[in-house]
Design a protein around this ligand. Structure first.
Ligand code: ADP
Length: 489
């Protein structure tokens, strides 16, 4: 025995009992109260003189009084330190008749006057309230919830859990958790549980594995489970929150199927556009050739009306030729192209020098900010700038030379480029439409075109997994923006 730091004999038994925070009641064999401390007076709201000498049953609600002397006799027959009530809910009753839940520890005390029992009483109203609150929260949770202790025994379930598993509450409480786990996973589960309790933390169960639960009717349900460790008086427990994801999984597999079907359809369509435009070129060429022959050989013999008709045919086949070629180019975009380092300043300057004549003729001003170097499909990206710049020149205001700005910003790891002009602008209802193939807003002859430039830009930008859009105001100008991931290879 270690040496005490103080001389215990100096502390009287009484002053010790008065100083503990619990209510303490000393009871003799006959069930009479021999002593109470101040806490007991407070807790039961009696004066000491009213209790000492009274039967202890005065502090017990009426309905428990009858059995109490038996319990008391049993205790005195084999006195030991233990909790009273072994799992039963215990209550005390105050002088004013109100009841409250208690927890009671019993200690035999051998004295000169025989064996006494020292009962230490704790008011657990607050704890019960907290438990009740917890139960209510669990009950009202939208998910199925199951509270499990270290031994894998279910101690609480909510109505959602009853519904999900098809069991009644009373069938689940006290049952092993493994009841809810399909056979093939059951054996391993206690190991998983032990490792959870060894380092408890709030987390999802079974990272990456598909989880299944077993219903009472032996059917299985795919679930997602969140685990939350909770410290309680009965030790560490885990609150498992369970979501039925059968529907979500079904939906996921539908979406995956649809995506792959869509991918296949898209490929087929691209292939179709490629083959169709490729094969259409041949007969078109033949028609053009024969028109040329007719023009050359029979021009003198034709009257004016026939000449006009022939010119119209000529014009239309030229246009069709250009459209078919544009379609072919469009469907070819991105085929066999390789990601390379792209110096955007360089490609923009190249495009500007390609367009030199047009720029001079139209008196266009172009301001190019510093542009980055990144990775992409160079030929295609050059085409994007070429389309955007020539559109900005083409759709300038009457008699006002175009003024174009080109720049970029680094936005959340993406490069965001812009080509802006002060031209005629675009009505807001058309801002999306213009990116679709063969969509043009001006069908008269004022602006030539085939309606494919922006469709090309969109396809190229999307090939880079970027986005393209336009901000515009009629009469003020347009700002075409597109993003590209800032790839670092
Ligand atoms: P195209 O220029 O051959 O008509 P695009 O696909 O390049 O085809 O453009 C589609 C339509 O979008 C154009 O016909 C025009 O109406 C509109 N558009 C494109 N760029 C501009 C611009 N910078 N300002 C105003 N309208 C524009």
């Amino acid at each position: 025995m270690g040496k005490n730091l103080i001389n215990l004999t100096e502390l009287t038994f009484q002053s010790m009992i008065e100083s503990v925070p619990n209510a303490i009641v000393l009871v003799n064999k006959e069930g009479r109260i021999a002593y109470i401390n101040n806490q007991t007076e407070k807790l039961f709201r009696y004066d000491r003189t009213e209790l000492v000498g009274q039967s202890i049953e005065i502090l017990i609600p009426e309905r428990f009084r009858k059995n109490h002397p038996n319990f008391r006799d049993m205790f005195f027959a084999s006195p030991s330190v233990r909790e009273m009530g072994a799992g039963r809910d215990l209550f005390g009753i105050r002088k004013d008749g109100t009841e409250f839940p208690v927890e009671i520890g019993l200690n035999p005390l051998i004295t000169a006057d025989g064996t006494l029992v020292l009962a230490s009483i704790i008011d657990i109203t607050e704890r019960k309230k907290a438990e009740e609150r917890f139960r209510l929260v669990v009950e009202s949770a939208p998910n199925a919830m199951v509270l499990v202790n270290k031994d894998g025994v279910i101690t609480l379930v909510n109505a959602q859990a009853e519904r999900l598993f098809g069991y009644k509450k009373k069938e689940l409480i006290g049952a092993q958790l493994e009841t809810l786990i399909p056979d093939r996973f059951r054996r391993k589960h206690p190991d998983h549980r032990n490792s959870f309790f060894a380092s408890p933390s709030a987390r999802a169960m079974g990272e990456g594995r598909d989880l299944y639960a077993l219903r009472k009717d032996k059917t299985e349900v795919q679930v997602e489970i969140g685990l939350n460790p909770i410290e309680t008086d009965e030790g560490q427990v885990v609150l498992a929150s369970i979501i039925d994801i059968t529907k979500r999984k079904e939906q996921e597999s539908i979406i995956i199927n649809q995506m792959s079907e869509l991918g296949i359809k898209n490929k087929e369509l691209e292939q179709f556009a490629y083959i169709a435009s490729h094969d259409l070129q041949e007969p078109l060429r033949t028609i053009s050739n024969y028109i040329q022959i007719i023009e050359e050989d029979y021009w003198e013999e034709m009257n004016d009306e026939t000449k006009t008709h022939l010119k119209t045919i000529h014009h239309s086949t030229d246009r069709m030729n250009a459209l078919v070629k544009a379609l072919l180019d469009f469907s070819r975009l991105g085929r066999n192209s390789k990601l390379t380092k792209v110096d955007f300043s360089k490609i923009v300057n190249e495009v500007i020098s390609d367009l030199e004549n047009l720029i001079k003729e139209t008196d266009t001003k172009i301001h190019v900010e510093d542009l980055p170097v990144s990775y992409g499909y160079e030929t295609e990206l050059r085409l994007v700038f070429q389309n955007l710049i020539s559109n900005a020149i083409k759709f300038r205001k009457d008699n006002v030379p175009a003024e174009i700005r080109i720049g970029y910003e680094n936005k959340e790891g993406q490069l965001q480029f812009f080509v802006s002009d002060e031209g005629i602008g675009i009505e807001s209802k058309n801002l999306e439409r213009i990116f679709h193939i063969f969509q043009r807003l001006h069908l008269d002859d004022q602006y030539e075109g085939y309606g494919i430039g922006l469709a090309n830009c969109k396809k190229i930008v999307e090939l880079h997994r970027g986005k393209i859009w336009v901000e515009s105001e009629v009469g003020k100008g347009s700002k075409f923006c597109f993003t590209l991931p800032n790839l670092k290879l």
